[in-house]
Every structure is written in structure tokens, then in C-alpha cells.
Write a protein that binds this ligand. Structure first.
Ligand code: G3P
Length: 225
């Protein structure tokens, strides 16, 4: 299933040592097998160097961790939305807290991505930023308070208000934009709470990538869906 259906679990592999060498493909396979077994859409964002290989191999949606605001052409070293689409990915993150994009360029990235039919997930640190990026009409806005990223306290318990307020604000801009939340998400209870707070799913990383057994972590994440 290459469509990012909802509720969506999006696993960002980041650049953790665990996903170097064969690690990215092994994790991609674990996500694929849990998705197939449970019927829950698990999408993955592998490191860019592995994007093509993984996107052409697994049956689940694969997204880039970022794209650059560049069209095909003289753009040495940039990652164009067009090449991301061409390598078999279905979407991209934009403006992740660890890979910030200037505000005017977020719109360009969304437009270029839409032009090649890539699904766009634009990240935002807070409600105000989420409201601003919603103006670009991405498919998803993902709210992630930076101070909770990579930690052990889930945004769903540390700051449920930011999630509710983001959902209201984004839907106020455009009701068809889906909202995800992320930061510290680790368990099925966290995912359930995220859904109860009005989101269409979660964006997470360390809870899966750094888990002792990622497959067990993934099964736990989807257990209430
Ligand atoms: O992209 C997901 C991310 O920033 C959240 O990371 O490790 O808190 O799940 P983590």
C-alpha cells in the first residue's frame, strides 16, 4: 500500500547510526512487515542516500526527509522534488525542525512538490508556525515542539494543548489539511491520544529507530488503531 492513508504513522529514520549501511533497509523491512500484518499505513523517511534503493524495494510509502526549492537543471548537490518523485518516493517532509527552510522557500518546496504529485508534510515548531505554513496548502502539517524531540516525554502528555490548538488553527485555514504531531511519541497510548486530540496520526523517530527491537516498538505503536 503506497498511499499514506489515515491514521498515518510516519517513521523518520533521521541520520541515526542505526540506519547506516544495511540498517535503513532492515528497518524499512520491519516497517513494511508490521504494516502488512496489521493493515495500518506505516510510511518511512529513510536517509536520502538510501531513498531510491528503498523506495524501489518496499511496498509501503517512502518519503524524503527534505527537498530543496529547485527545478531540474543546474542545481549541483540539491535535492529536487522531481528527482525524489522519479526515484519512487511518494512524498517528502519539508522544514523539519532539524532541517529548517526559509519561510518563502517552504512555499516553493510545496509548489514544486505538488507539481510532481509528491505528498507534502510540512513541519512546524508551534501553533503560529503551523498556521503560517498551512497557508501553503500542504497535504499535512506536523507540529513538533523542538524541546521534546528525541526525549522520553511524549508531546501528547507534555503539551496536549499545542496539538488541539494546531488542529483548530490549521483546519481554520483549510479543512482538508491533515495534522500530525510528533516529539517523544513511543507507545500505542501516545498514538491513541494523538488521534483523540484531533490529529490524523504521528511523525516519530527515536521510539522506533533506537528501539532495542523496532518490530516490537512498531507493533506497540499500532495496537490501538
Ligand atoms: O521527525 C520526527 C521527530 O522529529 C520526532 O523525533 O525522536 O522525538 O520521535 P522523536
Amino acid at each position: 500500500m503506497k498511499r499514506i492513508s489515515k491514521p498515518a504513522i510516519v517513521v523518520n529514520f533521521k541520520a541515526y547510526g542505526e540506519v547506516e549501511k544495511e540498517g535503513a533497509m532492515e528497518l524499512a523491512r520491519a516497517c513494511e512487515s508490521v504494516s502488512e500484518e496489521t493493515g495500518i499505513a506505516i510510511s518511512i523517511c529513510p536517509p536520502t542516500v538510501d531513498l531510491s534503493y528503498i523506495a524501489r524495494t518496499v511496498s509501503i510509502p517512502v518519503l524524503s526527509q527534505n527537498v530543496d526549492p529547485r527545478a531540474p537543471g543546474s542545481a549541483t548537490g540539491w535535492i529536487t522534488p522531481s528527482m525524489v518523485k522519479g526515484c519512487g518516493a511518494v512524498g517528502t517532509l519539508i522544514n523539519h525542525s532539524e532541517h529548517k527552510v526559509a519561510k518563502n522557500q517552504i512555499g516553493e518546496c510545496v509548489e514544486l512538490s505538488k507539481g510532481v504529485k509528491l505528498v507534502t508534510i510540512v513541519c512546524a515548531d508551534n501553533v503560529q508556525a503551523a498556521t503560517q505554513v498551512a497557508e501553503f496548502r500542504p497535504d499535512f502539517v506536523a507540529v513538533e515542539p523542538p524541546e521534546l524531540i528525541g526525549g522520553n516525554i511524549s508531546v501528547t502528555s507534555a503539551n496536549p494543548r499545542i496539538i488541539e490548538e494546531t488542529v483548530d488553527a490549521v483546519k481554520g485555514v483549510n479543512g482538508s489539511i491533515a495534522v500530525l504531531c510528533g516529539a517523544g511519541i513511543k507507545t500505542g497510548e501516545d498514538v491513541l491520544k494523538a488521534i483523540e486530540l484531533g490529529t490524523s496520526g504521528v511523525l516519530l523517530a527515536s521510539g522506533v529507530v533506537k528501539a532495542k527491537d523496532p518490530r516490537v516498538a512498531l507493533m506497540d505503536l499500532v495496537k490501538h488503531l
